[in-house]
Design a protein around this ligand. Structure first.
Ligand SMILES: Cc1ncc(C[n+]2csc(CCOP(=O)(O)OP(=O)(O)O)c2C)c(N)n1
Ligand SMILES: [Mg+2]
Length: 466
């Protein structure tokens, strides 16, 4: 008789609660091997989670394990070969009836997202965060009976926990999720950025816990992708539950075009003269040696790091918020409140600011006098492949008035950037500077070479904390 995973789990649970199971556990805990394992387990949450995921993988079907192993054992150069075109992926999705798309971009999916942006036959809603996207797609199902699609990076999985547990599950609402699998997929784990590693390890476990059936989708060719999408559709129809296609890095369908040059949403005549890098440099040039700066996720942090290197300066006053999109302004606010004697700059993105817009109200409420919040408004999620954001819908600088900041500047030229920053030397904050920027960034932009713990240690040392 073949036991299902559920039955096996139940068996284990009963055994663990029995006298024999408890005695075995005590014996294991006393053995040198057990002691070492428990020590490791307590010390390192990543090991803990790796063990959990291995367990959960074992419980999955042999077919799943086969997929995982196939990916692990493939040499990197083969894994990089991409055959599918992004337009073909969209065509397949449309063929299976997926006509509604919403989400927050990930660079793994940038080719696909470009095709989506160009396709006028489908509904595409650019969301402010993944939580909102999940609600939008769920409501699309309620409103039409059809299935919505949510695209996102696995960094946003935490944000969909609430919509899934409180909305999707009780009401039996399904969606198709297309998730960029950063930090995941066997050997390439160590190749990704540090902010993705933990999420890479726990991504599949989270999906498992949320009861979302998933498939690692390599998007290699039309037939296999067609099969994957068909399976997803049939599963969703049969069970009224969500399904996720988890797309490993370098496997997102690509359209072969140079995405960094894409600027379709900005009128060429009106392209702003200021680049994000100029703003980063202007802030650093304006800083005194005791001032602090927190930068948002994506290229902003990378540009700051490179500029410090080029000036042969230390990074001790910089907090590079390399992950945690939308969290830089909250961090800067608390730093400013805890260290009122030091000026704190936050260099934020339009996408990140909109993702956690509530933080601006918190800043306006607690009013740190020494905080200057600079929003680089390029109307784009530039760091993930220049997808359009919805920042063109608002007058960004009106936010200073709306959220009760002390001062606000709307800035359009390089001189104005420098002037606004210089004014702040003698002014009380919180102050908001919104800079209309273009979407140009350097192709040869490097990445921070110091690790996040090293960077945090240096930063805390500069605050006098050991
Ligand atoms: C919760 C979450 N969702 C998505 C991402 C992927 N991501 C990293 S940077 C970025 C774009 C940020 O856009 P913006 O704040 O406007 O900065 P820009 O790149 O335009 O300077 C995105 C979507 C992420 N890191 N975290
Ligand atoms: Mg932006």
């Amino acid at each position: 008789m073949v036991q299902t995973a559920e039955e096996k789990r139940e068996c284990y649970r009963r055994y663990n609660q029995s006298a024999a199971g408890k005695a075995r556990k005590r014996k294991y805990e006393k053995s040198p091997h057990g002691k070492r394992k428990i020590r490791e387990h307590k010390k390192n949450p990543i090991i803990r989670n790796r063990r959990r995921i291995t367990r959960s993988l074992k419980e999955r079907t042999p077919e799943f394990r086969k997929q995982q192993n196939r990916y692990r054992n493939k040499p990197l150069n083969k894994r990089r070969r991409i055959k599918m075109r992004s337009q073909e992926l969209l065509t397949l999705l449309k063929k299976h009836g997926f006509e509604y798309y919403t989400g927050v971009p990930d660079s793994t999916l940038k080719g696909f997202l470009r095709s989506l942006a160009d396709d006028k036959t489908v509904t595409h809603r650019i969301a402010s965060n993944e939580c909102e996207a999940a609600f939008l797609s769920g409501a699309y199902h309620v409103a039409t009976g059809k299935i919505g699609t949510v695209y996102m990076q696995n960094a946003g999985l935490g944000k969909i926990v609430n919509p899934i547990t409180s909305y999707y599950t009780p009401y039996k609402i399904p969606s198709l999720f297309i998730i960029g699998y950063r930090g995941g997929g066997g050997k390439s784990i160590s190749k990704d950025e540090p902010q993705h590693l933990h999420m890479g390890i726990i991504t599949l476990s989270i999906l498992d816990l949320l009861n979302i059936r998933f498939k690692i989708a390599f998007l290699r060719d039309i037939e296999s992708t067609n099969r994957e999408i068909r399976t997803a559709k049939e599963y969703i129809k049969e069970h009224n539950q969500s399904y996720a296609l988890v797309v490993p890095m370098n496997h997102g369908a690509h359209d072969g075009k140079d995405l960094s040059q894409m600027n379709s949403f900005l009128n060429a005549e009106k392209t702003p003269e200021i680049s994000r890098e100029f703003v980063v440099k202007a802030v650093v040039d304006n800083m005194d040696f005791r001032d602090l700066v927190v930068t948002t996720t994506g290229k902003t942090s990378r540009e700051l790091f490179e500029y410090r290197e080029s000036r042969h300066e230390s990074h001790q006053n910089d907090f590079l918020n390399v992950g945690g999109m939308g969290g830089a302004s909250a961090q800067a606010m608390e730093l400013a409140l805890q260290h009122p004697e030091r000026k704190v700059y936050c260099i934020d993105g339009d996408g990140a600011a909109l993702m956690q817009l509530g933080t601006m109200n918190t800043i306006g409420t607690y009013k740190p006098k020494n905080l200057i919040h600079v929003i680089v408004d390029n109307n784009s999620y530039e760091s993930t492949g220049n997808q359009k954001s919805n920042s063109d819908n608002i007058r960004m600088n009106g936010l200073y008035w709306l959220f009760n900041y002390k001062k606000g500047y709307a800035v359009y030229t390089k001189e104005q950037v420098i002037e606004a920053l210089a004014n702040f030397k003698n002014e009380e904050g919180p102050c908001l500077i919104t800079v209309k920027c273009n979407t140009k960034s350097r192709k040869d932009l490097g990445r921070p070479t110091i690790t996040p713990p090293e960077s945090k240690k240096e930063f805390m040392k500069s605050l006098g904390i050991r």
